[in-house]
Design a protein around this ligand. Structure first.
Ligand SMILES: CCC(=O)SCCNC(=O)CCNC(=O)[C@H](O)C(C)(C)COP(=O)(O)OP(=O)(O)OC[C@H]1O[C@@H](n2cnc3c(N)ncnc32)[C@H](O)[C@@H]1OP(=O)(O)O
Length: 309
């Protein structure tokens, strides 16, 4: 009963609003001081909830692995982990040689959302909204990285964990894994930007079903509605078995072969097409084209008279 989406929708906004939106986009974030948002104030509040870490491994292949690491709480996000994620996203923004990133959870499960202990302690609406603004900024910057990103979903991606999967360009699901927007069962709706991104990914009718029914999306349903981009095989012969991470790396490497400036340019033209009005996307595409035209990879390809048979 789910729709298979293959078309994006567009809407018009005024030139003034578009200019402001583009200015915010150039810094990568959604909220700043003009929205009454203080990054430092909310960071201080979040750091009162310790536990877990976000680990970043940058590899020579140009593919980084970002690990949500809090196994005693099924990789739930403590406040300190939210702050840690923002720092790791900054490091990825500045990674010149980077081409891709895989977001995974430690210990074969993805992420069970917000740490419910922190949620209980921050239950007033103002604090909740500040936490949302912080996470929306970070996850928007994650999605806007000039790197091709993949969420490797093993085990459960629940609540904020499900929202995190939508902040990547692609999702690969291990068989037996589940993405579930459990927010309704918690008397909530997504607030880390997960609803807006879900609508873009699967369309508004499927999004309404997933959120309204708190539907457990397994790998089969995920692929059917376009939420998942592939299913990872579980090989019962342990000696031959590739780990989920190895499978995700080889899947991603199909799209990251080649020099970093070219792969970054590929991501940037797609990002501008995804986020900007057509006129702005075309102008941005021209600028990005100019950054690779006559560059080392282009000159080398011309010199070698490459054929594309
Ligand atoms: C942005 C909005 C949000 O994200 S709201 C949070 C939405 N997430 C949830 O409600 C997840 C609640 N947890 C669960 O449903 C289950 O724990 C899941 C993840 C399915 C795992 O079940 P099961 O394999 O039986 O393990 P378990 O329940 O014994 O959990 C192991 C320990 O982990 C903990 N845990 C789990 N999730 C969280 C969480 N979100 N925040 C804090 N702690 C969490 C459990 O409490 C349990 O801890 P303990 O061993 O009892 O000390």
């Amino acid at each position: 009963t789910f729709l298979v989406k293959n078309k994006s929708s567009y809407h018009e906004i005024s030139p003034g609003r578009e200019k402001k939106r583009l200015q915010r986009q150039s810094s990568g974030s959604v909220y700043s001081s003009i929205h009454g948002f203080s990054q430092e104030e909310i960071k201080e509040k979040l750091l009162a909830f310790p536990g877990g870490s976000i680990d970043l491994l940058k590899q020579d292949s140009g593919i980084a692995v970002l690990t949500i690491n809090n196994p005693p709480r099924m990789n739930a996000f403590s406040g300190a982990m939210m702050v840690d994620l923002e720092e790791k996203v900054t490091q990825l923004e500045n990674w010149t040689d980077g081409k891709g990133v895989i977001v995974q959870g430690a210990a074969q499960t993805f992420c069970s959302g917000s740490d419910l202990n922190a949620v209980r302690a921050m239950s007033n609406s103002q604090d909740g909204m500040k936490m949302c603004m912080f996470m929306q900024n970070t996850l928007t910057r994650l999605l806007r990285l000039p790197l091709i990103s993949v969420a490797l979903v093993e085990g459960n991606a629940l609540g904020g964990g499900a929202e995190l999967t939508t902040a990547c360009d692609f999702r690969l699901m291990a068989s037996g894994s589940v993405i579930q927007f459990v927010h309704k069962h918690m008397g909530l709706v997504p607030g880390w930007g997960g609803a807006a991104r879900l609508v873009t990914l699967v369309g508004s009718r499927n999004a309404l079903k997933l959120l309204g029914g708190a539907v457990k999306v397994d790998s089969e349903l995920g692929v059917h509605i376009g939420l998942a981009d592939g299913v990872l095989k579980v090989d019962l012969d342990a000696a031959r078995a590739e780990t989920g991470l190895q499978q995700a790396e080889s899947w991603l490497s199909q799209y990251t072969k080649g020099p970093a400036p070219v792969i970054k340019a590929v991501k940037k033209v797609v990002l501008s097409g995804r986020e900007l009005s057509l006129s702005d996307a075309l102008r941005t595409e021209k600028d990005i084209f100019g950054s690779v035209w006559g560059g080392p990879a282009n000159l080398q390809a011309l010199a070698s008279k490459s054929k594309h048979k």
